[in-house]
Design a protein around this ligand. Structure first.
Ligand code: ZN
Length: 246
């Protein structure tokens, strides 16, 4: 058999007997896998809304708002019953008795729903919303987490929902890191107790602020929790382990 080579030869390789056998063996396997691949549905604009969606409702109570906000996120389940089953947010609604904020809330939910339906990675909206600051000042939630604005709290709710459905994964804190934070905390508390005793005041065991961290702890910029303490001249977070000195 003669084949005319019309292009410039850039390299060559001698065909070995096992090379001839390999493609033949691989080919039927690939053919069987292909049609199944094609059936995987990814989120895109024209995925039709099913009659029923599953969802969750979160309540937001902020001192900036007279009435609570109820955030409902409904999910679509793609490829149900297959190994590619995936739950994705499909639409969001925010309800409140408070009509002062009606127009921007409607605008925000429409845009968020549109982003959800576009497909692709939608987790970026969490960071976008959480970075919104209210110029009038934010507030602390129960648990000592600082919310810079009501929009940021909507972002936090979406983040929680995405964690619940497995779209966002918490960065796993390994055992060594947890141990290190526990040790740091014990060392800090021992130091604080010693200082109190020498000041002549009674050292209260288990004394803590609203977030469950030592009183006087300041806000950690990384995890937004009042857990930052000064240890050995270095700001250290007893919640996430962040340290200004690395
Ligand atoms: Zn922190």
């Amino acid at each position: 058999m003669t084949i005319k080579i019309e292009k410039k030869i850039k390299g060559y390789q001698v065909v070995k007997p096992e090379d001839k056998a390999a493609p033949a063996a691989a080919a039927p396997e690939k053919k069987a896998a292909e049609p199944r691949q094609a059936e995987i549905i990814q989120m895109h604009e024209s995925v039709e809304r099913p009659e029923a969606l599953i969802g969750s409702t979160f309540k937001i109570k902020s001192p900036l708002f007279e009435h609570a906000l109820y955030v409902t996120i409904n999910d679509i389940v793609l490829n149900q019953g297959t190994p590619h089953e995936q739950r994705r947010p499909f639409e969001i609604f925010i309800n409140s008795k408070n009509m002062d904020h009606f127009q921007w809330i409607v605008a925000l939910t429409r845009i968020l729903s549109a982003v959800f339906r576009k497909g692709g990675d939608v987790t970026f909206i969490v960071e976008e919303l959480k970075a919104v600051f209210d110029p009038r000042g934010g507030y602390f939630k129960a648990g000592g987490v600082y919310m810079p604005s009501i929009v940021a709290e909507i972002g936090a709710v979406i983040e929680q929902h995405m964690k619940n459905i497995g779209l966002i994964h918490d960065p796993e804190m390994d055992e060594a890191q947890k141990k290190l934070i526990a040790e740091k905390r014990a060392a800090y508390e021992a130091g604080a107790a010693g200082k109190k005793a020498s000041d002549g005041a009674a050292a209260l065991k288990g004394e803590s602020n609203a977030s469950g961290f030592p009183p006087g702890a300041t806000l950690c910029a990384k995890c937004n929790t009042q857990a930052l303490v000064l240890m050995d001249g270095c700001q250290t977070c007893l919640n996430c382990g962040y340290s200004k000195c690395g």
